[in-house]
Write a protein that binds this ligand. Structure first.
Ligand SMILES: [Zn+2]
Length: 175
């Protein structure tokens, strides 16, 4: 019988909490409300970020889920795993406002209650484009230019060909 099986992904949590400390201040006090799970069995994605439904919150006590396809994970190098987890965390958006710190008198960001469902939303990708279109027309949209600038600034760069090769490899592994 074909089916999906889930298990807690401690390995993913460890990587995620490290990335949160470095790049995601809005998740800093919310580590305990994010659930990480490996999904065993075929899926057409390597990772997925999700806001919990009321029932999922009731059952798990979490507000947000990160799912990782176990086979895709096993086929990835460490740097790719880190990038995948960072990607999924980028999908989590949290309401906030600016206020003046009474002590330092500086503007600081205050995040809404981590246990309040309304505080959270899922952020969509900054850039969505087919690699074929980029090959044929270049960086025709400002969003893509911004993306390219970010790629140039990245410490570790994978070329488009590398990414395509890797996607095929991972897809083969997933099937
Ligand atoms: Zn995504």
């Amino acid at each position: 019988m074909a089916g999906a099986f889930f298990k807690e992904a401690t390995e993913v949590r460890e990587i995620a909490e490290d990335i949160i400390d470095k790049y995601h201040p809005h998740l800093q006090d919310a580590k305990d409300v994010i659930g990480y799970y490996f999904r065993e069995g075929a899926s057409d994605w390597a990772g997925k970020a999700k806001k919990c439904t009321a029932f999922e919150r009731y059952v798990t006590g979490k507000m947000l889920f990160v799912f990782i396809n176990a086979e895709a994970w096993n086929a990835m190098k460490h740097e790719q795993r880190v990038a995948l987890v960072d990607h999924e965390l980028c999908h989590f958006s949290r309401k906030s406002f600016k206020d003046v710190d009474p002590e330092t008198k500086e503007w600081i960001t205050i995040y809404e209650d981590k246990n309040e469902s309304d505080s959270w939303s899922i952020r969509e990708h900054d850039v969505e484009e087919f690699s074929d279109v980029i090959k044929r027309h270049g960086l025709w949209d400002t969003g893509i230019e911004k993306f390219a600038a970010a790629v140039r600034e990245a410490d570790y760069q994978m070329s488009l060909d590398d990414i395509e090769r890797e996607e095929k490899r991972v897809l083969r592994a997933v099937k």
